[in-house]
Write a protein that binds this ligand. Structure first.
Ligand code: CA
Ligand code: CA
Ligand code: CA
Length: 238
């Protein structure tokens, strides 16, 4: 074999090796997975919206959880990857944040919030975000993940972007869009959207994001309603 050919092969081999090394531990949006788990019972894989429930402190029976598994381009689970769930929209009045959250939260001064936590050895991290309210806006929630050691979300990879947030808490006194509690007033509002049909369709009650408000959503709502989840929220709405 000519010397040139041997050197070329060697360089190609090194390139492949370096390529593999370069992508190891770098989160890959296609291989990573997001699930929305309702009430520790019903799970939607790759939901098309984010759903929250207002709850203070750990209470898995009441929550909506974001279950995120992070893998690299080779499909390898990434341990200790930092994952951010970022609520990007500033200064609206349609989210009631609970005072207590179960993971590190940064309030970014203008109403935006970043939640972050690290994956475990199974590449898994669970977010239990406590809030009420309903928002439809492009890119309103973004999920990003960084290779181990990454502490700046701007340097992380975007895994998902969502255009919609809902909550089981979607009304409050005086026409408020939320009040930190899921109770009869919320059920009544759900009923208008459900029984009224298309003219009263509201994304706020379409918990499984299938374009309909029907029994499937009532089932998701009902399990939470029965436990009357609520939280204190003294801060301004988002
Ligand atoms: Ca879970
Ligand atoms: Ca409410
Ligand atoms: Ca639905």
């Amino acid at each position: 074999m000519a010397r040139f050919a041997r050197v070329s092969l060697l360089l190609v081999g090194m390139g492949l090796l370096l390529g593999t090394v370069a992508f190891a531990n770098v989160p890959d949006p296609v291989n990573s997975q997001v699930k929305l788990q309702f009430n520790a019972t019903n799970t939607i894989t790759e939901p098309t919206r984010i759903v929250n429930v207002p709850v203070n402190g750990p209470s898995p029976q009441n929550r909506c959880e974001l279950d995120i598994t992070v893998k690299d381009a080779a499909g390898t689970l990434i341990n200790n990857a930092r994952v951010w769930v970022i609520f990007t929209k500033a200064s609206t009045d349609t989210i009631c944040w609970c005072d207590t959250q179960n993971q590190t939260t940064s309030v970014l001064g203008d109403g935006r919030r970043e939640f972050h936590a690290n994956t475990d050895a199974a590449g898994f991290v669970e977010f239990q975000i406590s809030a009420g309210g309903c928002v439809d806006a492009a890119g309103v929630v973004v999920i990003r993940a960084g290779a181990p050691g990454t502490t700046d979300p701007a340097l992380a990879i975007q895994l998902r972007a969502y255009n919609s947030i809902a909550s089981m808490d979607n009304t409050g006194a005086g026409g408020a869009v939320c009040d930190g509690a899921v109770n009869l007033a919320d059920l009544q509002k759900y009923g208008v959207a459900h029984i009224g049909g298309a003219p009263n369709y509201s994304t706020c009650h379409d918990y499984n994001a299938d374009g309909l408000v029907n029994l499937a959503d009532l089932q998701l709502y009902g399990q939470h309603h029965a436990r009357n989840p609520n939280c204190t929220h003294t801060g301004p709405k988002w």
